[in-house]
Write a protein that binds this ligand. Structure first.
Ligand SMILES: Nc1nc2c(ncn2[C@@H]2O[C@H](COP(=O)(O)OP(=O)(O)OP(=O)(O)O)[C@@H](O)[C@H]2O)c(=O)[nH]1
Length: 607
């Protein structure tokens, strides 16, 4: 039977192909959405254009029919009253018609609504007058503002062949805004609309914004208009189907008021207008964005995953630097760099456990705390009792927002990190930070132990002793003494009992040292059968007393091993702490020399 084991390596092997698949799919979905919407939008714009074209054609045909019928009634009986009554009737039933007029050869102009039976001063100066007219095709005037109605108007003029052999002209004025009323309902996406430009003048004749009427078109330059008109003419000449399929040739891209727009046009209507239907490219993208919201959410999820991946990568690379550091200064630097990648903070304090004096120490400000001090809240009483200096008080005093990260080794507190003026953003990443900090601190303490301890006796070594002496001298710690201790006639013990027994003697002497001096004293093996103790005493007398007790303890304790037994004595020289390490050692050594030269087994003080 096949057992599928769900192990991380399985997911690791498919995670990248899966991500690539998602990204490619999203790109494909986005692209096909965009293409679909683009085609749909163009189609919608074109449909609106067809409707608008049809609408205008029908209106123009209706006007033509009305003019034809009116013309026919007048042409035979010249009854002006009948003509004006019929014309008025037509006007009353169609509010898009502003006025109907009759213009005879004698320059007489009879009109409805506003002007009746007047003699026109000079009709030739009127915009709708065209001398070169034929009977078959009505003349459509350019756009003008009617003097009587103050409305934007286009006149349709028809030439009448009267039965008396003369000619007359019938004029019908169309209200452009009224005509546009229904066309304004034709929308493409959110903001697209239909508008029209007169191909002869380049003026806008129809537009949703009435203030744009009669201004020059922005989307159509005079060159563009020329091109469109000649193309339309060409199509007419070869009898091409006017509503042919939508091609990119019919699309104009332009920008207006910082928006990129497109217009689809048609130029084959009887009015001689170029009809356009436009929309904003941004609206298209907006629609794609709406449809692509799922894609967006998926992309956002990938973004979040990538961010987590990036943060983890960064945290772990900083963590590597941290766990590779063994010197306190390096650890401190790596810690603050790693912490600053994860959260904002003003100051970092690193408090470390010192296993030799069993205290917690803050090395920068040289402070010493016990475990309770570093883990419980710091109160004003504590600040005073511990003599905590600024800036530590102001930084980690309870009113400050502060992150405290305790560090443990096998359940034992080994250090605490404080990040001041900060707040916890992610417990997960703080835990990673803490793990790295813990292992760095454990490493450092281990390295310190190896460097500072004598492996045979587990006493401190000479290096550590000198370090501690240096610290005490710098801090001018009062009442501190250094004793140099040497086992008497140790060569004889070696020679007599053998080196293994000699080792036992050294180890036993170390145990006795630990026994007689408390943990605040630095008990060390100085080399061979020589020891050194840095210890505290209230005065020289007490220092002497302590050493004498130890010497006596050694003298009265027999060292046994299997069948062997030996008595032991030590010689001791001591000195109060001087202002240099070497001077102190030199003085204690000289006192030891005196003790050796005075029958050994003595405690001598340097003078
Ligand atoms: N077994 C053993 N012997 C050691 C060790 N380190 C040093 N020694 C021996 O200790 C002896 C020290 O001898 P000396 O320096 O002559 O001093 P001493 O015999 O103690 O004589 P005094 O100091 O004058 O009392 C040498 O023989 C060293 O080899 C050690 O780790 N183990």
């Amino acid at each position: 039977m096949l057992h599928l084991k769900l192990q991380p390596k399985l997911f690791i092997s498919i995670i990248y192909p899966l991500l690539a698949l998602i990204v490619i799919s999203l790109m494909y979905v986005g692209y096909s959405d965009y293409k679909y919407i683009k085609t749909n939008t163009y189609q919608q714009a074109k449909n609106n254009l067809d409707i608008a074209n049809e609408y205008l054609d029908q209106h123009l045909n209706a006007v033509n029919n009305q003019l034809f019928l009116l013309g026919e009634t007048y042409r035979y009986n010249y009854n002006l009253t009948d003509f004006l009554l019929s014309a008025q009737y037509i006007l009353d039933n169609e509010n898009k018609y502003l006025e109907i007029g009759l213009l005879t050869e004698k320059d007489e102009y009879y009109a409805t609504n506003y002007v009746y039976n007047t003699y026109a001063a000079d009709n030739r100066s009127r915009v709708w007058f065209n001398e070169k007219m034929n009977y078959d095709t009505p003349f459509i005037s350019p756009l003008y503002r009617s003097e009587q109605t103050q409305k934007w108007t286009v006149a349709i003029v028809r030439l009448l062949n009267l039965s008396n052999g003369k000619t007359a002209r019938l004029v019908l004025e169309l209200d452009i805004l009224g005509l546009y009323d229904k066309l304004s309902l034709l929308k493409t996406l959110m903001n697209g609309y239909v508008y029209a430009v007169d191909s002869k003048t380049g003026q806008i004749v129809m537009h949703p914004d009435p203030s744009r009427i009669s201004t020059q078109s922005i989307s159509l330059s005079p060159i563009e208009i020329k091109r469109i008109v000649s193309n339309a003419q060409l199509k007419k000449d070869v009898n091409e189907e006017p509503n042919s399929e939508l091609t990119t040739k019919n699309i104009i891209n332009y920008s207006y008021q910082d928006q990129t727009k497109f217009s689809i046009y048609q130029a084959d209507n009887q009015l001689g207008w170029i009809l356009l239907s436009n929309s904003n490219n941004a609206d298209m993208k907006y629609k794609v964005f709406n449809i692509g919201v799922v894609s967006f959410v998926l992309l956002a999820m990938i973004g979040v995953l990538s961010m987590i991946y990036f943060i983890s990568n960064r945290v772990h690379s900083k963590g590597q630097v941290l766990s590779g550091s063994t010197r306190l200064e390096d650890i401190y630097l790596a810690l603050s760099q790693m912490a600053s990648e994860l959260t904002h903070f003003d100051n970092m304090f690193f408090i470390i456990y010192n296993p030799y004096n069993r205290h917690f120490e803050e090395p920068v400000n040289n402070l010493s705390f016990n475990a309770d001090d570093v883990l419980t809240e710091i109160t004003q009483d504590k600040v005073e009792a511990l003599k905590i200096p600024a800036p530590l008080i102001t930084d980690i005093f309870p009113h400050q927002t502060c992150i405290r990260i305790p560090l443990y080794n096998k359940g034992e507190l080994i250090g605490v990190i404080y990040l001041t003026n900060s707040n916890l953003k992610s417990l997960h990443f703080m835990n990673i930070f803490r793990n790295y900090a813990q292992s760095a601190l454990i490493n450092m303490l281990l390295t310190q132990k190896i460097r500072s301890e004598d492996s045979m006796t587990q006493l401190m070594n000479k290096v550590y002793l000198r370090q501690q002496m240096g610290t005490q001298i710098r801090c001018k710690t009062p009442d501190t003494y250094l004793a140099m201790i040497d086992i008497d006639d140790f060569k004889l013990i070696n020679d007599h009992f053998g080196h293994l027994f000699g080792d036992r003697v050294i180890i036993k002497t170390a145990d006795m040292l630990r026994h007689y001096f408390n943990h605040r004293a630095v008990t060390s093996r100085y080399g061979g059968e020589e020891f050194a103790v840095l210890f505290y005493a209230v005065d020289e007398q007490q220092a002497y007393q302590k050493l004498e007790e130890f010497r006596y303890g050694i003298e009265t304790t027999a060292i046994k091993s299997e069948l062997k037994q030996c008595d032991l004595t030590v010689s001791i020289g001591f000195s109060a702490l001087r202002d240099s390490i070497d001077k102190t050692i030199y003085d204690a050594d000289r006192a030891l020399y005196l003790a050796k030269n005075n029958n050994k087994n003595k405690v001598y003080q340097s003078v």
